[in-house]
Write a protein that binds this ligand. Sequence first.
Ligand SMILES: [Zn+2]
Length: 649
Amino acid sequence: MAAEKPDAALPVDGAVSPCENFYAYACNPWMKANPSPADQSRWGVMAKIALENQNILKDALEKIAAGNEPATQRIGDFYRACMDETTADEKKAEPIKPILRVINDVQRKEDLGAEIAALHSIGVRVFFGFGSQADYQNAKQDIAVVGQGGLGLPNRDFYLRSGDKDGQIRKDYVAHIGKSFELLGDIPAVAQAKADAVMKIETQLAEQSLSLAQLRDPHLTHHKQPLAELRALAPDFDWASYLLVSGAPSFTSLNISTPEFIKATDRVIQASSLDDVKSYLSWQVVRFFSPLLSKDFVDEDFAFYGKTLNGVPENQPRWKRCVRLTDQALGEDLGQYYVKAAFGPQHKERMLALVKNLRSALDEDIDTLAWMGPTTRKQAHIKLAAILDKIGYPEHWRDYSSLEIKSGDLTGNVGRANRFEAKRELGKIGKPHDRAEWHMTPPTVNAYYNPTENDINFPAGIMQPPIFDMAMDDAVNYGAIGMVIGHEITHGFDNQGRKYDKDGNLADWWTESDAKEFTSRAQCVVDQYGAYKVADDVKINGEATLGENLADNGGVRIALAALHKALKGKKDAKLGGFTADQRFFLGFANVWCSNAREEAKRTLALIDVHSIAEFRVNGVVSNSEAFAKAFNCKPTDPMVRGDKACRVW
Ligand SMILES: [Zn+2]
């Protein structure tokens, strides 16, 4: 980490009142000093930490690739092959030609089952997804799962929304597909016809896809059924060949996560010509591998996914793309180098103490909720006590020894890494669920709560300054990393998490009247955030972002309570001109300070279950009495919702 000098001063914008727009007050100085670099769609405190982490990995990888480090051959060969731009340019589309030839050779629709399985195994996500997950009825066990997928645009909304901007994006997308086929050698008329066929197929899939908000409702995505039901839903699809080629162990029941979508897949394949289906499969192959091919493919891919969808002027330098790719392919090999460089036992120790304080703050908070009866309250305490803390990195590192990485074979390496991952994923079917597994790599600047594991997970990558600053006072740390911890714990009790019990099973532990109270209080949050405007024609999706907004509001509340306990009444002492509570809220806002391009904001509002930065801050503080008190806001100020303030946790 670059040494960020511990400094009691927290810069604010003196021209804005904190009660008028707290995000602007707290973040304007940071935003002015940190414009988005040309290769970023948004640039914030988290992104800056991510860049620091990337630099640490780059350092390690360059030493490894140069052979100066006693590293595994895998990481070095992977990174070196990725960095070899000259070879990638010389090979043009050659690396994917054999894959496209196999698609082209498919003679009958009956053979598509095997071909789709082959594409899935190398990471190309056509039509639907197939994998494993904890059984929601018995989370100690893993089962197979099949569900929606197969779109080239970010989600169903991009195919189905009716605005001008949406229409333009679709036109650009079809043009992009056409140009990609031209790069493969098709004449423009043929490329155009193929692009139209692809769009037609994807639109039909989008029509039967669940929305972002629906995907957050476990009751809509959990349908455990006998395997025969899968055959009944999609009778013309060759499931036997699909399963055989996928390499999945045999099983008798599975979660058919999105049954209507599976039906639609079968229908779409039957209603389309075999040539059109082949165009769709080929497109998804090109789309998936373009970033790894020659410059013309890389540029064409970036022009749509980078520029059009996210407004980014320039592609990232190759080393950043290669670091990310290595992290994706060999994350728990490479992650060990990151941990060595950036995360010590003292980090873990202070983090554990913080987590303990946050847990006990929520424990006490549960007892103060007037709307919750004793029966539900007791269950909530039990669930909270059962949450497992995972901090930093896995106790046992993944064993990649069966993964073959060859020098000079970038696309092959990525395909084999995906095959390794698919095999690992499917190998879990029918086995006990491994609660110790991590679903993020150590350098990741993020954290998560997993409802079926009932655990909170904080990769080493997020426990870095200024979010977790060993040199800063408690107030700022509780506002930043304390809020992140509170956020993840609260997920266990948001509109999704509350539907799972202490063992991670989908089971209702709520009395009917308490569930009703919860729902009406949550509706307040849906309405509040749903009114925030992001772009001319897009507002925050109040339903889809509800879980995250509940976690933000609850997280800040319990982090502040935990801070008060830690300070034991010394909260009025000023530091750098601010009281402890003021520093807490500034520490919180500073986590989210960021610049974002307009295109990226619009896209994010349609695909991200988190609200955009400004509302993550202002949405929370305007619900908080403690905030109004800390900054002496008047009841009529914009940051004071007063009677309209929402509170669940
Ligand atoms: Zn979250």
